[in-house]
Write a protein that binds this ligand. Structure first.
Ligand code: ATP
Ligand code: MG
Length: 352
């Protein structure tokens, strides 16, 4: 029997609540199959840890995580700890150190889920965002050039390397080719006259290697509008770190809400663990009440199953989510129901 070692960083706010739910579902999937199981190891890292130790995770945290097959992350961030610290000292650090340069975020309207758009068919909202996850606008490079109120000047640099740009675009082409779907590149070359001109150029170059993949290219502003007005244009989408972050929140809004949006941070070479997480934050306003929607965390658990090669179980989890949504009986308050996080998890497991 194969044992997958999962590092669990439940984190802050609703993180632990939704991760508990996701773990129930992972355990259920493993119970359906006698060839694999999961072993979960918990790490108490996050903002509470920060208030005690002045850092978000152990000094040698990256070394501790290295030996795991995957990381399952809830959410980090809580009032009182500056967002850029909680983000950089844990989430972005793990993404970078483990070279998880692919961020996969489905923007797909599941059966039974409600969209905020009018006049749109369910099948029209079925995008797969592939977001660059290691550099770009999130390079962390910059400088406080001049301090002092009057003349204050701050610089924040984007870094687009040949290696970093090519590998994400190539990954997107491979995905589009395998799924027999079109690929859209989203950039902003009219205003960002170095980085995005380069991005477009690399997209063109790599595209020549994939004549079978139909491509299109949009400016990010036009893409934001078209995702609302004509979402069926978009199938597989590749874009930069910042644009991907923003557009997938927009995507969450049209595909059933932030409580349903999942994300996977992948190191395709599998030299390091990949990380699975709901894309929502720690939601301090509803933390501790037991009413957080666990479906995003559960969907990311399904992505983890896919990643380990158990696509049939990944699909089964998604089917269970669709059935639960279609029944409409056991939903958390953000989806108009009265059920608790735990009740949703139990119903999903029951359906499976
Ligand atoms: P971060 O900076 O970590 O992204 P944030 O404050 O921008 O955090 P969220 O924590 O995602 O964003 O919260 C945004 C809103 O969505 C809040 O009102 C929160 O209660 C709600 N929300 C987020 N996740 C969930 C969830 N799983 N279930 C129900 N409501 C949620
Ligand atoms: Mg946010």
């Amino acid at each position: 029997m194969k044992t997958y070692k999962i590092a669990v960083i439940a984190g802050d706010g609703i993180g632990p609540e939704v991760i508990d739910a996701g773990i129930e579902v992972l355990k259920k999937a493993a119970a359906l199959d006698s060839t694999f199981q999961f072993q979960f190891t918990y790490f108490p890292w996050g903002c509470e840890f920060y208030t005690k130790h002045g850092k978000m995770m152990d000094e040698n945290g990256i070394d501790q995580l290295k030996e795991f097959d995957a990381i399952y992350l809830g959410a980090v961030g809580f009032p009182g700890v500056p967002d850029h610290i909680s983000l950089w000292d844990l989430l972005l650090r793990i993404r970078k150190e483990f070279d998880q340069y692919v961020n996969i975020r489905p923007v797909r309207l599941l059966k039974g889920a409600k969209t905020s758009l009018m006049d749109v068919k369910r099948e029209d909202i079925n995008m797969l965002f592939i977001r660059e996850n290691s550099e770009g606008e999130y390079s962390g490079a910059g400088e406080w050039l001049f301090k002092g109120r009057e003349n204050e000047v701050v610089m924040q640099n984007s870094v687009f390397s040949r290696k970093g740009t090519e590998r994400i675009i190539r990954y997107a082409f491979e995905t589009a080719k395998n799924q027999k779907r079109s690929l859209t590149s989203i950039s902003k070359a009219n205003a960002l006259n170095y980085s995005m001109v380069f991005w477009d150029q690399v997209f063109e170059e790599v595209s020549a290697e994939y004549p079978e993949v139909e491509t299109s290219s949009y400016l990010v502003d036009a893409a934001a509008m078209l995702m609302i007005k004509d979402p069926k244009r978009f199938e597989v989408v590749v874009t930069s770190n910042l644009f991907g972050d923003i557009l997938t929140d927009l995507g969450a809004a049209i595909a059933g809400g932030i409580g349903l949006a999942a994300g996977a941070n992948i190191n395709p070479e599998r030299n390091y663990p990949s990380m699975f997480e709901p894309i929502h934050g720690s939601a301090p306003d509803i933390a501790g009440k037991g009413i957080a929607n666990p479906l995003a965390a559960i969907w990311s658990a399904s992505q983890m199953l896919d990643f380990f090669g158990y696509e049939s179980y990944g699909k089964e989890v998604l089917n269970a989510i669709e059935e639960l949504l279609t029944e409409g009986q056991v939903l958390t308050p953000d989806m108009g129901g009265t059920a608790s996080t735990q009740e949703v998890a139990e119903r999903i497991v029951e359906i499976m």
